[in-house]
Ligand binder design. Sequence first.
Ligand SMILES: C[S@@+](CC[C@H](N)C(=O)[O-])C[C@H]1O[C@@H](n2cnc3c(N)ncnc32)[C@H](O)[C@@H]1O
Length: 193
Amino acid sequence: MFFGVLQNEGRLSPADWRRIDPACDRLEIEIGPGDCRYLAEAAAQRLDTLFVGFEMRPSTLRSILARGPLPGNVRLLHSDGRWVVENIIGKNSVDAYHVYFPDPWWKKRHHKRRLFRPAFAEAVAATLKPGAGLYLISDVSMTFADAQKQLLRAGLLRLDWQRHNGASGSYERKYRRQGRPLYQARFQRPGPG
Ligand SMILES: C[S@@+](CC[C@H](N)C(=O)[O-])C[C@H]1O[C@@H](n2cnc3c(N)ncnc32)[C@H](O)[C@@H]1O
């Protein structure tokens, strides 16, 4: 279904995702799930939602899979999330994006690997359903500020957001334990939620 049998101008529609798990009415995507802790916990709590992770590092995916089965409403794809969001995800089809602790890629020659680039931010805005949003947390103020600039430029609205309970990822737990300052917000597509 993913590469090869795409319809809808080559983009995945909500109906395509429902074929993966007919019990799921909603689609949430995490870019860079790392050890997948957030996705696994969130999926176990919300069975009406298909949680899809795009993870670029094969060694990370291997270690997730070695730990045992994930909830049935989680799917992981080995991919560059930027490319998939920009080229494959259908317009107006995503209920939430999760981006937790995107790699800062400090060195100038590595800047091109940063997740947030104009085409990605514009694709996030176009693929979210109206009223849906991207949840962003970073411990690096520069990474957060750069992502925010691009998401606002793509037309999303910044809303104050902080997780109080519920599922959370490994980096978030570690940094909260350490008392590290975290930069976080929800970037919402305008429209009825
Ligand atoms: C710092 S880790 C954070 C992991 C997880 N989100 C968490 O909060 O525990 C960043 C993750 O993003 C992945 N990553 C970075 N750029 C990516 C991209 N363009 N597409 C998919 N995954 C990416 C990395 O391989 C890594 O697993």
